[in-house]
Write a protein that binds this ligand. Sequence first.
Ligand code: F6P
Length: 525
Amino acid sequence: MKLTDCWHQLATHYQHLKSQHMRDWFEQDPQRDQRFRLQAADLSLNYAHHRITTQTLEYLIQLAHAAALPNKIDHLFKGEPVNFTEQRPALHTALRRPTNQPLYYQGQDIMPAIADLHHRMATYCTRLRHQQWLGFNGQPITDIVHLGIGGSYLGPAMAYHALQAEAKCAVRIHFIANVDGHHLTSTLAPLDPATTLVIISSKSFTTSDTLLNAQTVLNWLGRSHIANQVIAITANPAGANALGIATDHILPIWDWVGGRYSLWSAIGLPLAISIGMSKFQQLLAGAHAMDQHFHSAAFANNMPVILGLLGIWYINFFHTQTHAVIPYAQRLEWLPNYLQQLEMESNGKQMQAMGQTTPYSTAPVIWGSVGVNGQHAFHQLLHQGAHLIPVDFIIAEQCTSPLTEHHRQLKANCISQIKALMLGNDPSILAQQLQQQGYDLAQATQLAQHQWLPGNKPSSLITLPQLTPTTLGSLIALYEHKVFVQSVIWQINCFDQYGVELGKQLTRQLLDDESLFASIGLSID
Ligand code: F6P
């Protein structure tokens, strides 16, 4: 079936389905919660609370095939130039592939270089975790200041915060991304340069925010101590050398790894130091398990494909403009921020492969924060607002905290939000209840309208058995592949980011010529 015919078929189906209520589908099909359920790499997805029928899924899967998704997935894993504007592969999947399984790029097996990187990372981890790395006063390193931004920050910082319970590491890690001096000064204030290691993470080593932070931190450290107490992680070793960083203290990132897909690379070093290399390998293994699922499962049972298609259904047919990610896990509080870059920098585009603007919407605004907190902040809008906002609820099944009653209440809240969003309530019943409280008919009827929740609000429930390095790796890979699925169907490139260049260029010009944009009324001095 042709792509355009698939879009038309779904548009017709949407007109037929849009006024139906999920509440009725659950009543007609008591097994719905079981029927719309998937397992992959230890994760479980319940997608019953969506505005879909099995017919919808059939049409969406036809759309995926018409967009040649199976071929594109093959190309992704094989290292074809899926990043078609920069003519590069996107081989973040190779970074978590068993290193004894060869993968050839430009005629060379890239796995030995990855194995060597893992060995170097493991050596750093051991030296730091066992107090064998001594600072310039002869004392062991106690703190790491990590400089990086975007993909050189969000992944390791998110995972570091998520897996702190796994970290049996005396070395404290401090992430600095923003160029705002307040963050840098407040972070450095309590630290001792003599026992501080600096990691400068920048794939390009041209990001001005990171470079200015680096200059300030190296001055604070003392330039004479760079050789022993500074590591660079970059695809631009010359840039690191220019700062006086020794080549044997530079870990490589390869061009075929996109910045927002680089947690699995040397960019993950601060995480590996914190949790240990063996647990970092578990993170990689979890992501690899999701890779294998994505690469082999039939689309009807393929978790990244189903999540991607659900997004297409809401964005391109219900015309939703935002998507909420609400982890019911305090340790995943950084996940929405991380996913903002992964999704919005990947698919926040309108230009299709052949240089024409997409006729339909693409990436939604990704937002969210942890549950239950959101219930006391923005869930009012989710339940009674004018916007339809699909939600991803994410939770760990098993309680790993000693406070079992707290976990029980956390899960009860999560489930109840999903059901309340779907069910809504019935104003006629509300009016009867209000009359029983003494309201007259007119008052009861009017107030019931204000208390009415329409329901029919869609959500996914992604359940991890526990939050571990393995399941976190699978979860992140799930979203990476969901983003890829959507980019293929929208025929856009999820691996470039030309949209951020003009801002950088104007900043450089303004710093050179402060009269530029003087009319705005804010002097930069
Ligand atoms: O400006 C956006 C961006 O290029 C992101 O894609 C990237 O993750 C971030 O800046 C940092 O880039 P670098 O790792 O080269 O410093």
